[in-house]
Design a protein around this ligand. Structure first.
Ligand SMILES: *Cc1c(COP(=O)(O)O)cnc(C)c1O
Length: 347
């Protein structure tokens, strides 16, 4: 890859970050804190939270097998996605390449940051290749976005092609692993030491069941994490979120149980979909949702809304014509969906 200093925007490279009171004094022994203009009353909400979330990172480091200094925590993975643009892509000059279709935030953040976005269509099996992605790059391509398992298609992207891309591309490769806990393959975060240009995204919003607290992770080598920390808002993860995440990390067995349940249900629901007269094809899934090609996605979507059941209509997404994206719910929710669909067309 190129030197990191060639990839980082010049203004970010020379930025001296805001130094908060909690950055300047972060020792443990003091008892009198008169440095941050906080109100001494209303504990524990009166104090600014740890800007680097050290306790929480230590717990995540232990569970995920990644050094604390290689972890960035943000207000959802959405914050990390935006930071990738703000740190690496010069507005109006640089571009990024991404698989398509994929998660919509990569494009939205490109547009907000005035960075050209170059989608590269997946093939009929929703796969891509290093060659095809590299062919879309030029010397102003700073970042390639991959999502694996991919949203909305549900499948994992071929690991050999990702490895080839990481070896051959000169810039940053982001692999969004929001659905990693539901997949067969091990996470790429285990291979960070092999790839200096790799950023892996993960989130508390899916397997961890914590979408409401807004907590996302980025794993990368320390030099990249240091850049993110320099650019982020000083107190980007609030105290309530840090506390709740620490609690959740103490209940790993809950998460493992939910994942097992959801995978069982996924297989039941996918099999049942395959037998529905209104379903033409069920695509393979490594996530807690799957994509299904229907006879008439719009009509079926509207029918389900009428029954109080909301799925995601992806029919207007390229390569997803007549497709619905179905999130796996509880047994009861899945049964309600299936019985509604079995009655579809018999009105
Ligand atoms: C749901 C999802 C996320 C989660 O984003 P948060 O901001 O962490 O809630 C990230 N990436 C993909 C591909 C997703 O589908």
């Amino acid at each position: 890859m190129k030197e990191l200093s060639e990839l980082i925007r010049p203004n970010i490279l020379k930025l001296s970050p805001y130094s908060s009171a909690r950055n300047e004094y972060s020792g443990g022994e003091a008892e009198v804190f008169l440095d941050a203009n906080e109100n001494p009353y209303n504990q524990p909400f009166n104090r600014y939270p740890d800007p680097l979330q050290r306790q929480l990172k230590a717990a995540i480091a232990q569970l995920k097998g990644v050094a604390s200094e290689c972890i960035f925590l943000g207000n959802g993975s959405d914050e990390a996605i935006d930071l990738v643009y703000r740190c690496f892509a010069r507005p109006g000059i640089d571009n990024v390449v991404a698989i398509a279709p994929t998660y919509g935030m990569y494009k939205v953040c490109a547009d907000i940051n005035d960075v050209e976005y170059r989608p590269v269509m997946l093939d009929d099996h929703y796969q891509t290749s290093a060659n095809r992605l590299l062919a879309a790059c030029d010397d102003r391509t700073k970042v390639i976005w991959l999502c694996s398992p991919n949203n909305p298609t549900g499948n994992s992207i071929d690991r050999g092609e990702i490895a080839a891309l990481l070896q051959r591309f000169e810039g940053i490769v982001v692999v969004d692993e929001a659905y990693e806990d539901f997949a067969q393959q091990p996470s790429l975060r285990r291979e960070l030491h092999n790839y200096p240009n790799l950023i892996v995204l993960n989130t508390f919003s899916k397997a961890w069941g914590c979408a409401a607290i807004r907590l996302g992770m980025a794993y990368a080598r320390k030099e990249i994490i240091d850049v993110f920390n320099k650019v982020k808002y000083p107190y980007n993860v609030n105290m309530l979120t840090q506390q709740h995440a620490l609690e959740a990390l103490g209940n790993v067995y809950d998460v493992e149980k939910w994942v097992r349940l959801l995978l069982q249900e996924r297989s039941v629901v996918m099999k049942s979909f395959a037998d529905l007269p209104c379903c033409e094809k069920v695509f393979p899934s490594d996530a807690n949702f799957f994509l299904a090609r229907m006879t008439d996605a719009q009509a079926i979507y509207d029918y389900l809304v009428g029954k109080g059941i909301i799925v995601r209509n992806r029919t207007n997404v390229e390569l997803c014509g007549n497709c619905l994206r179905i999130t796996i719910g509880t047994k009861g929710e899945n049964t309600a969906l299936l019985s509604a669909l079995r009655n579809y067309g018999e009105r």
